[in-house]
Design a protein around this ligand. Sequence first.
Ligand code: SF4
Length: 344
Amino acid sequence: MHIDKYEEAMMNCRFCFMCRHLSTIGQVRCTEVDTPRIRAAMLYGLRTGTNSFDDSDFVDALYRQELSACCTHHCVNHYDENGLALAARADVVEAGKAPAAVVKLMEKFSKSVNWSASGKGDVAWFLDETTAEDAAVVAAAKKLFAAAKVSPKTIVGGSIGKVFKVLGYLPEAKVAAVRFAEFLKAEGVKTLVVSNPAAYDALTKDYPEFGVKLPCKVLCISSFLLQAKVKFAKKAGELYYLADDFMRNYDGCECPEKLLKALGAVNRPFGTNDEESYCCGEGAVVLDKLNLPLVKALAEYVAERADDPKKDKIVVLSAYTKKYLKKYGKLDVVTMEELAAACL
Ligand code: SF4
Protein backbone atom coordinates (compact mmCIF):
# COMPACT_ATOMS: atom_id res chain seq x y z
CA MET A 1 0.00 0.00 0.00
CA HIS A 2 1.08 3.60 -0.55
CA ILE A 3 0.82 4.32 3.18
CA ASP A 4 3.60 1.79 3.85
CA LYS A 5 6.08 4.40 2.60
CA TYR A 6 5.10 6.56 5.59
CA GLU A 7 5.76 3.98 8.28
CA GLU A 8 7.49 6.43 10.64
CA ALA A 9 4.57 8.86 10.55
CA MET A 10 1.95 6.14 11.04
CA MET A 11 3.77 4.43 13.93
CA ASN A 12 4.71 7.64 15.76
CA CYS A 13 1.82 10.01 15.10
CA ARG A 14 -0.75 7.52 16.42
CA PHE A 15 0.65 8.04 19.94
CA CYS A 16 1.30 11.78 19.70
CA PHE A 17 -0.89 14.78 20.27
CA MET A 18 1.81 17.47 20.07
CA CYS A 19 0.54 19.19 16.93
CA ARG A 20 -3.18 18.99 17.56
CA HIS A 21 -3.38 22.81 17.83
CA LEU A 22 -2.10 23.01 14.25
CA SER A 23 -4.68 20.57 12.89
CA THR A 24 -6.70 23.20 11.11
CA ILE A 25 -9.78 21.07 10.52
CA GLY A 26 -9.64 19.66 14.04
CA GLN A 27 -9.58 23.23 15.35
CA VAL A 28 -12.64 24.42 13.45
CA ARG A 29 -14.67 21.23 13.96
CA CYS A 30 -13.45 20.55 17.51
CA THR A 31 -13.00 16.92 16.56
CA GLU A 32 -10.19 14.52 17.43
CA VAL A 33 -10.77 12.52 14.29
CA ASP A 34 -9.37 15.48 12.33
CA THR A 35 -5.94 15.36 13.97
CA PRO A 36 -2.79 13.54 12.77
CA ARG A 37 -2.91 11.23 15.81
CA ILE A 38 -6.35 9.81 15.12
CA ARG A 39 -5.87 9.66 11.36
CA ALA A 40 -2.63 7.68 11.90
CA ALA A 41 -4.37 5.40 14.40
CA MET A 42 -7.21 4.77 11.95
CA LEU A 43 -4.75 3.98 9.16
CA TYR A 44 -2.85 1.61 11.48
CA GLY A 45 -6.22 -0.05 12.01
CA LEU A 46 -6.11 -1.18 8.37
CA ARG A 47 -3.25 -3.49 9.36
CA THR A 48 -4.84 -4.88 12.47
CA GLY A 49 -8.17 -5.42 10.76
CA THR A 50 -10.01 -3.04 13.06
CA ASN A 51 -10.67 -0.55 10.26
CA SER A 52 -11.39 -0.64 6.55
CA PHE A 53 -12.08 1.68 3.63
CA ASP A 54 -15.64 0.29 3.66
CA ASP A 55 -16.23 2.69 6.56
CA SER A 56 -17.39 5.84 4.80
CA ASP A 57 -16.86 7.99 7.94
CA PHE A 58 -13.19 7.02 7.87
CA VAL A 59 -12.84 7.81 4.15
CA ASP A 60 -14.70 11.10 4.59
CA ALA A 61 -12.23 12.10 7.31
CA LEU A 62 -9.35 11.43 4.90
CA TYR A 63 -10.93 13.69 2.28
CA ARG A 64 -11.78 16.37 4.82
CA GLN A 65 -8.16 17.11 5.68
CA GLU A 66 -6.91 20.56 4.66
CA LEU A 67 -3.47 19.14 3.73
CA SER A 68 -1.67 22.27 4.86
CA ALA A 69 1.39 20.20 5.91
CA CYS A 70 1.50 22.47 8.92
CA CYS A 71 1.90 19.62 11.39
CA THR A 72 4.66 18.00 9.33
CA HIS A 73 6.53 21.30 9.02
CA HIS A 74 6.43 22.06 12.72
CA CYS A 75 6.86 18.49 14.03
CA VAL A 76 10.21 18.23 15.85
CA ASN A 77 10.95 15.07 13.84
CA HIS A 78 9.20 16.29 10.68
CA TYR A 79 7.20 13.07 10.51
CA ASP A 80 5.31 13.33 7.25
CA GLU A 81 1.72 12.96 8.40
CA ASN A 82 0.68 15.03 5.38
CA GLY A 83 2.37 12.60 2.98
CA LEU A 84 0.70 9.75 4.89
CA ALA A 85 -2.69 11.38 4.30
CA LEU A 86 -2.04 11.83 0.59
CA ALA A 87 -0.85 8.23 0.34
CA ALA A 88 -4.00 7.08 2.14
CA ARG A 89 -6.14 8.82 -0.47
CA ALA A 90 -4.20 6.99 -3.22
CA ASP A 91 -4.92 3.71 -1.41
CA VAL A 92 -8.61 4.60 -1.14
CA VAL A 93 -8.75 5.22 -4.90
CA GLU A 94 -6.87 2.00 -5.72
CA ALA A 95 -9.31 0.10 -3.51
CA GLY A 96 -12.18 1.58 -5.54
CA LYS A 97 -13.59 3.28 -2.45
CA ALA A 98 -13.34 6.94 -3.45
CA PRO A 99 -16.47 8.89 -2.42
CA ALA A 100 -18.88 9.70 -5.25
CA ALA A 101 -18.11 13.45 -4.98
CA VAL A 102 -14.41 12.75 -5.47
CA VAL A 103 -15.05 10.53 -8.50
CA LYS A 104 -17.26 13.23 -10.02
CA LEU A 105 -14.65 15.92 -9.43
CA MET A 106 -11.97 13.72 -10.94
CA GLU A 107 -14.08 13.19 -14.06
CA LYS A 108 -14.64 16.93 -14.39
CA PHE A 109 -10.96 17.83 -14.10
CA SER A 110 -9.93 14.99 -16.43
CA LYS A 111 -11.67 16.82 -19.25
CA SER A 112 -9.53 19.94 -18.78
CA VAL A 113 -6.01 18.57 -19.25
CA ASN A 114 -5.31 20.93 -22.16
CA TRP A 115 -3.34 24.13 -22.50
CA SER A 116 -2.75 26.89 -25.01
CA ALA A 117 -0.11 29.59 -25.27
CA SER A 118 -0.24 33.13 -26.58
CA GLY A 119 2.72 35.43 -27.16
CA LYS A 120 6.35 34.89 -28.10
CA GLY A 121 9.68 34.11 -26.51
CA ASP A 122 11.09 31.52 -24.17
CA VAL A 123 9.81 33.05 -20.93
CA ALA A 124 6.27 31.95 -20.07
CA TRP A 125 3.76 32.70 -17.33
CA PHE A 126 1.45 29.88 -16.27
CA LEU A 127 -1.91 31.50 -15.64
CA ASP A 128 -3.78 28.67 -13.93
CA GLU A 129 -7.57 28.58 -13.82
CA THR A 130 -7.84 29.75 -10.19
CA THR A 131 -5.62 32.80 -10.67
CA ALA A 132 -7.27 33.59 -14.02
CA GLU A 133 -10.62 34.00 -12.25
CA ASP A 134 -9.26 37.01 -10.31
CA ALA A 135 -9.04 39.96 -12.74
CA ALA A 136 -7.22 42.17 -10.20
CA VAL A 137 -4.44 39.62 -9.74
CA VAL A 138 -4.09 39.11 -13.50
CA ALA A 139 -3.87 42.89 -14.09
CA ALA A 140 -1.30 43.26 -11.31
CA ALA A 141 0.85 40.45 -12.71
CA LYS A 142 0.80 42.06 -16.15
CA LYS A 143 1.97 45.38 -14.66
CA LEU A 144 4.80 43.58 -12.92
CA PHE A 145 5.95 41.83 -16.10
CA ALA A 146 5.93 45.22 -17.87
CA ALA A 147 8.00 46.71 -15.03
CA ALA A 148 10.42 43.81 -15.38
CA LYS A 149 10.59 44.54 -19.14
CA VAL A 150 9.55 40.96 -19.87
CA SER A 151 6.77 40.09 -22.25
CA PRO A 152 6.04 36.46 -21.44
CA LYS A 153 4.07 33.93 -23.33
CA THR A 154 0.89 33.31 -21.36
CA ILE A 155 -0.08 29.69 -20.88
CA VAL A 156 -3.66 29.00 -19.88
CA GLY A 157 -5.53 25.77 -19.38
CA GLY A 158 -6.54 23.07 -16.96
CA SER A 159 -4.91 20.80 -14.43
CA ILE A 160 -1.20 20.09 -14.69
CA GLY A 161 -1.63 17.14 -12.32
CA LYS A 162 -1.89 18.62 -8.83
CA VAL A 163 -5.60 18.10 -8.37
CA PHE A 164 -5.30 14.44 -9.42
CA LYS A 165 -2.49 13.83 -6.96
CA VAL A 166 -4.41 15.48 -4.14
CA LEU A 167 -7.52 13.41 -4.84
CA GLY A 168 -5.45 10.21 -4.86
CA TYR A 169 -5.28 9.52 -8.61
CA LEU A 170 -1.52 9.10 -9.00
CA PRO A 171 -1.34 7.52 -12.50
CA GLU A 172 -3.56 10.29 -13.89
CA ALA A 173 -1.39 12.90 -12.13
CA LYS A 174 1.70 11.49 -13.79
CA VAL A 175 0.05 11.44 -17.22
CA ALA A 176 -0.90 15.12 -16.85
CA ALA A 177 2.66 15.93 -15.75
CA VAL A 178 4.17 14.15 -18.77
CA ARG A 179 1.78 15.96 -21.10
CA PHE A 180 2.45 19.38 -19.60
CA ALA A 181 6.23 18.83 -19.80
CA GLU A 182 5.84 17.90 -23.48
CA PHE A 183 3.70 20.98 -24.05
CA LEU A 184 6.35 23.26 -22.50
CA LYS A 185 9.04 21.62 -24.63
CA ALA A 186 7.02 22.08 -27.82
CA GLU A 187 6.49 25.75 -26.90
CA GLY A 188 10.24 26.25 -26.38
CA VAL A 189 9.77 27.47 -22.80
CA LYS A 190 13.05 27.97 -20.95
CA THR A 191 11.72 29.89 -17.92
CA LEU A 192 8.27 29.34 -16.47
CA VAL A 193 6.90 31.88 -13.98
CA VAL A 194 4.10 30.58 -11.77
CA SER A 195 1.63 32.54 -9.66
CA ASN A 196 -0.28 29.66 -8.04
CA PRO A 197 1.71 28.02 -5.20
CA ALA A 198 -0.05 24.68 -5.81
CA ALA A 199 1.16 24.70 -9.42
CA TYR A 200 4.66 25.69 -8.27
CA ASP A 201 4.72 22.75 -5.87
CA ALA A 202 3.47 20.38 -8.56
CA LEU A 203 6.19 21.46 -10.99
CA THR A 204 9.07 21.52 -8.51
CA LYS A 205 8.21 18.57 -6.25
CA ASP A 206 5.56 16.30 -7.74
CA TYR A 207 7.13 16.19 -11.20
CA PRO A 208 10.58 15.05 -9.96
CA GLU A 209 8.82 12.44 -7.79
CA PHE A 210 7.05 11.16 -10.91
CA GLY A 211 10.38 11.14 -12.80
CA VAL A 212 9.12 13.84 -15.17
CA LYS A 213 11.84 16.23 -16.34
CA LEU A 214 10.90 19.75 -17.32
CA PRO A 215 12.65 21.54 -20.19
CA CYS A 216 12.71 24.80 -18.23
CA LYS A 217 13.46 26.37 -14.88
CA VAL A 218 10.46 27.24 -12.72
CA LEU A 219 10.20 30.47 -10.75
CA CYS A 220 7.55 31.54 -8.30
CA ILE A 221 6.35 35.08 -8.91
CA SER A 222 8.32 36.39 -5.91
CA SER A 223 11.55 34.85 -7.13
CA PHE A 224 10.97 36.18 -10.63
CA LEU A 225 10.52 39.77 -9.35
CA LEU A 226 13.61 39.52 -7.16
CA GLN A 227 15.74 38.13 -9.99
CA ALA A 228 14.43 40.74 -12.43
CA LYS A 229 15.49 43.45 -9.94
CA VAL A 230 12.23 45.31 -10.45
CA LYS A 231 12.41 48.80 -8.92
CA PHE A 232 9.67 49.66 -6.43
CA ALA A 233 9.03 53.36 -5.77
CA LYS A 234 6.68 52.97 -2.80
CA LYS A 235 7.00 51.05 0.43
CA ALA A 236 4.42 48.39 1.25
CA GLY A 237 4.21 49.49 4.91
CA GLU A 238 2.48 47.57 7.67
CA LEU A 239 0.74 44.36 6.71
CA TYR A 240 0.04 40.79 7.78
CA TYR A 241 1.53 38.17 5.47
CA LEU A 242 -0.16 34.79 5.97
CA ALA A 243 2.48 32.14 5.28
CA ASP A 244 1.51 29.95 2.36
CA ASP A 245 0.83 26.22 2.81
CA PHE A 246 2.87 25.18 -0.21
CA MET A 247 5.67 27.72 -0.07
CA ARG A 248 6.36 27.38 3.65
CA ASN A 249 5.21 23.92 4.68
CA TYR A 250 5.76 21.89 1.52
CA ASP A 251 8.65 23.67 -0.17
CA GLY A 252 10.47 25.70 2.47
CA CYS A 253 10.71 28.55 -0.05
CA GLU A 254 11.59 31.93 1.46
CA CYS A 255 11.20 34.00 -1.70
CA PRO A 256 7.91 35.60 -0.51
CA GLU A 257 9.56 36.84 2.70
CA LYS A 258 12.54 38.17 0.69
CA LEU A 259 10.22 40.02 -1.66
CA LEU A 260 8.31 41.51 1.27
CA LYS A 261 11.62 42.83 2.58
CA ALA A 262 12.45 44.31 -0.83
CA LEU A 263 9.04 45.98 -0.83
CA GLY A 264 9.73 47.61 2.51
CA ALA A 265 6.94 45.70 4.20
CA VAL A 266 6.60 45.73 7.97
CA ASN A 267 5.18 42.26 8.52
CA ARG A 268 3.17 42.08 11.71
CA PRO A 269 2.49 38.76 13.48
CA PHE A 270 -1.00 37.48 12.73
CA GLY A 271 -3.22 35.65 15.20
CA THR A 272 -1.95 33.92 18.30
CA ASN A 273 1.00 32.14 16.68
CA ASP A 274 2.89 32.01 13.40
CA GLU A 275 2.70 28.23 13.01
CA GLU A 276 -0.92 27.64 12.03
CA SER A 277 -2.20 27.53 8.48
CA TYR A 278 -4.48 30.43 7.66
CA CYS A 279 -4.93 29.46 4.00
CA CYS A 280 -8.50 28.04 4.14
CA GLY A 281 -7.53 24.61 2.86
CA GLU A 282 -5.23 25.76 0.05
CA GLY A 283 -3.15 22.59 0.42
CA ALA A 284 -6.20 20.46 -0.38
CA VAL A 285 -6.54 22.43 -3.66
CA VAL A 286 -10.22 21.60 -4.22
CA LEU A 287 -11.56 21.53 -0.68
CA ASP A 288 -13.99 24.27 -1.73
CA LYS A 289 -15.48 21.92 -4.31
CA LEU A 290 -15.78 19.03 -1.87
CA ASN A 291 -16.82 20.81 1.29
CA LEU A 292 -17.60 24.53 0.94
CA PRO A 293 -19.11 24.91 4.45
CA LEU A 294 -15.80 23.72 5.86
CA VAL A 295 -13.91 26.34 3.83
CA LYS A 296 -16.33 28.97 5.15
CA ALA A 297 -15.63 27.83 8.71
CA LEU A 298 -11.89 28.01 8.05
CA ALA A 299 -12.17 31.58 6.73
CA GLU A 300 -14.28 32.64 9.72
CA TYR A 301 -11.71 31.06 12.04
CA VAL A 302 -9.00 33.21 10.43
CA ALA A 303 -11.15 36.36 10.59
CA GLU A 304 -11.66 35.85 14.34
CA ARG A 305 -7.90 36.10 14.77
CA ALA A 306 -7.44 39.41 12.93
CA ASP A 307 -6.51 42.39 15.13
CA ASP A 308 -8.77 44.77 13.22
CA PRO A 309 -10.72 42.84 10.57
CA LYS A 310 -11.91 45.96 8.76
CA LYS A 311 -8.54 47.73 8.53
CA ASP A 312 -5.82 45.07 8.58
CA LYS A 313 -4.06 44.70 5.25
CA ILE A 314 -3.58 40.99 4.65
CA VAL A 315 -1.31 39.50 2.00
CA VAL A 316 -1.48 35.93 0.70
CA LEU A 317 0.06 34.10 -2.22
CA SER A 318 -2.87 32.24 -3.72
CA ALA A 319 -5.97 33.60 -5.40
CA TYR A 320 -7.83 30.70 -3.74
CA THR A 321 -7.03 31.90 -0.22
CA LYS A 322 -7.77 35.51 -1.13
CA LYS A 323 -11.17 34.52 -2.53
CA TYR A 324 -12.37 32.80 0.61
CA LEU A 325 -10.85 35.16 3.17
CA LYS A 326 -12.61 38.02 1.41
CA LYS A 327 -15.88 36.20 0.83
CA TYR A 328 -16.40 34.53 4.18
CA GLY A 329 -13.88 36.30 6.43
CA LYS A 330 -14.76 39.80 5.13
CA LEU A 331 -11.08 40.68 5.34
CA ASP A 332 -9.08 43.13 3.24
CA VAL A 333 -6.87 40.68 1.31
CA VAL A 334 -4.54 41.08 -1.65
CA THR A 335 -2.15 38.67 -3.29
CA MET A 336 1.58 39.28 -3.54
CA GLU A 337 1.13 40.39 -7.16
CA GLU A 338 -1.32 43.09 -6.13
CA LEU A 339 0.86 44.26 -3.27
CA ALA A 340 3.97 44.47 -5.46
CA ALA A 341 2.15 46.19 -8.33
CA ALA A 342 0.84 48.82 -5.91
CA CYS A 343 4.43 49.56 -4.89
CA LEU A 344 5.66 50.31 -8.46
S1 SF4 B 1 3.42 15.15 13.02
FE1 SF4 B 1 4.86 15.09 14.77
S2 SF4 B 1 3.88 16.37 16.33
FE2 SF4 B 1 2.26 15.82 14.85
S3 SF4 B 1 1.32 13.91 15.63
FE3 SF4 B 1 2.97 13.31 14.24
S4 SF4 B 1 4.76 12.98 15.58
FE4 SF4 B 1 3.28 14.24 16.73
